[in-house]
Design a protein around this ligand. Sequence first.
Ligand code: PMP
Length: 447
Amino acid sequence: MKKEAQELWQPMTHPGTVQDDPPIAITSAKGVFITDANNQTVLDAVGGLWNVNLGYSCQSIKDAIAQQLQELPYYSSFRGVTTDKTLKLSQNLTNWFGEEQMGRAFFTSGGSDSVETALRLARQYHKIRGDKDRYKFIGLKKGYHGTHFGGASINGNVKFRRNYEPYLPGCFHVSCPWTYRNPFNEEKSDRLAQLCAQQLEDEVISQSPDTVAAVIMEPVLGAGGVIVPDSSFMPLVREICDNHGILLIADEVITAFGRTGAWTGSRLWNVQPDLMCLAKALTNGYFPLGATMISEKLVDTFEANTDGAGEINHGYTYSGHPVGAAAALAVLEELKTNDLPTNSSLRGKELAQGLAKLKDAHRWIGDARGIGLMHALELVSDRSAKTALDKNSMALVGQEIYNNGVMVRISGNNMILSPPLIITDQHVKNILDAIDAGLSALTKQHD
Ligand code: PMP
């Protein structure tokens, strides 16, 4: 008999597995819960894909989208025209990110587009200034910057690179401050931050600083397994960039809008980046929209340019889509009355405490880490050797957790938790209980 989903190829999935093992189809959602085609309702501890920060029932965003569809479902933002909502959103976003001194917004259709835009603008900035050799990019190993060739070239995770090589020339990677696994065998996070920063500066110098356009980093690494740097790390990266005339791109696709317990990851670490990549929670996941924010430092170089080098010959059909812009404007209004960072921080602490207890109780947890409402459990079959737990066991744990009423994200040997930022303490308990049950099921299978 023909199975469902045979015609579907999914992102980040082997298309062969889908033929025998069709995905769960989600059919509806309410609050922080999702319901599947079998009528099972579970708590969404993935938050869509780190993006549904306000949950699934935010009526003001839905209304704004519906109204915009009636008024103006689309218009382009290419030269000479734009839409009223696009304009308003650019103003509101520069205000929203005033603390980061962001002066301009360039709209995109999502995170990968925002990264691509930031990389291009970084190169262009140096070209306008006559620094024409600065074309190289440096990123962190385990960093994730989307799937376009630019972003994927600077991604530092072999998993996302291996099947698509070769990549853009001029992209280099240095160690990230991951205390659980690093080439320095260093567990102390402040010391590790120094070592990684030293490696970065060494790379810059060995590349010749006048060839490096930008360093890109996530303030907290997300898809690479929720790696939380020491608070000294991003400021050290900023300092190295400043010392060598290099731009700093903060990829805030996950970390902007409260997920870490601060409004942005850059703010969390007290850093002002030169470019910021946004997407995901910008529309609460209800419409595909992204933005690259450009700091005041870069604005004049582009705007005062007279020889054409400042012209932005880059953009997307859906740059500044009015429906997306309307959704984002409604999100920003919601955020004025919804103190997401505080809830993220409080619930995040409860979650972290609970996960630490689970680590004591289950030998499968090699490392439990996170900040705000982004956490990961790194599962291992042997704690002392840190052997990654195999794929089948990971799948079994994920399925058992689902059977116990919670959706988590299994990625390699990481279980990633990124629930909506509106969860309550009871929801945190539900998540912890379900994980407990999932890991107990694995123990039962082995004993
Ligand atoms: N950058 C980061 C830090 C991300 O986490 C992601 C998506 N998870 C992207 C870029 C790419 O975003 P998108 O999938 O919307 O293209």
